[in-house]
Design a protein around this ligand. Sequence first.
Ligand SMILES: Cc1ncc(COP(=O)(O)O)c(C=O)c1O
Length: 427
Amino acid sequence: MTGFQLQPEFQAGEDFAITMDECDLLQEFRQRFLFPKIAGNDCVYLCGHSLGLQPKTAAAYVEEELEDWAQLGVEGHFRAKHPWMPYHRLLTEQTAELVGAKPVEVVVMNSLTVNLHLMMVSFYRPTPGRHKIVVERGAFPSDQYAVKSQIHFHGFDPETSLIELSPLPGESCLRDEQIETLIERSGDEIALILLGGVNYATGQAFDMAGITRAGHARGCVVGFDLAHAAGNLQLKLHEWGPDFAVWCSYKYLNAGPGCAAGCFVHDRHARAWDLPRFAGWWGHDEESRFEMGPNFRAMSGAEGWQLSNPSIISLAVLRASMDIFHEAGMERLRAKSISLTSYLEFLLNQNTSAHFSITTPRETERRGAQLSIRVPQNGRALCEGLTGEGILGDWREPDTFRVAPVPLYNSYRDAFRFVKRFTAAIR
Ligand SMILES: Cc1ncc(COP(=O)(O)O)c(C=O)c1O
């Protein structure tokens, strides 16, 4: 029972928002997070797509490790309450649950862009006949830099090896059939399809199952950047079958700036010892790691791509957040998210104006929690003005104001207050 299945007709008044909050079965989770304050008041925080809020329990999780370090020193690797040697495994079950994977398919390590490179080292294997990478035009810059540098690294030229999918003229988002047509037409030249699960600028969610199916049917490797999808959408990575996926944990996953990232490698590759990979000792067979031998033998599964021993402090914060996710459950979170984002959209549509438009798809299955609002004139100043009042979204050049009502900690009143101030400022 999600509590959101029977969707009432939305109403424009604040009373409706208050009633919805009162009926929200997830409302108590809001109390578990620390909201930034302006003039002593909680912000309306709609920036979870960029940096999620701090769980109140994070400090205690970190304190526990600091205390064990103080008391045990190096012995903490084996004798800490949660020994640091296998600490990353404390996150395996919950991470697998979060992204719909088998435990062997996931690991938390490094940062997103590092993991993306590690995955491309193994899964981008260009040949003269099949060397192209497909990305969204305007993919997140780090992804663009990463794919172009990989193309150069293999002696190819992005001019001829990079295919950037653009929306049709006059449209903001890609159509599914554009992606299918490209794969159908050019599939045998494509080495790798690398798309965001949710596009960072428009908030468009892609049909990851369909793209994977189409790509594999034409012999392409398929990978996803899930920076804006992890903790936002209900993912079924094992079932959908992409070869790999990477994501960060500081957005919807609330694990703090620069926290360790996630990586998925489908279990069909779990024992693919012949795949080239960049190796480090933490990916080496655990049983013999401390024999300090010269030859690398990878662990099976995603763990075999680890390089270094991870930052325990960083993983401690992620544990605090993942425990909350586990308790709330992605199914309930997604149900509330659909309702809350639709409500935000409804309120914005009550205030139509030539000065703004929503570029995120209208269909709930083609988006997550984020709405991107195009503000062609003076949008940056408007965004900064709202920030000064404690209404936090963020601005992306050239014309996009992004807001995300996050189901874990945002309320219907947050959406109401945002729209009230946003539309007043627009006027
Ligand atoms: C879609 C996307 N990809 C990649 C990155 C880069 O992440 P990192 O700095 O953790 O490597 C971000 C960061 O915001 C992002 O939004």
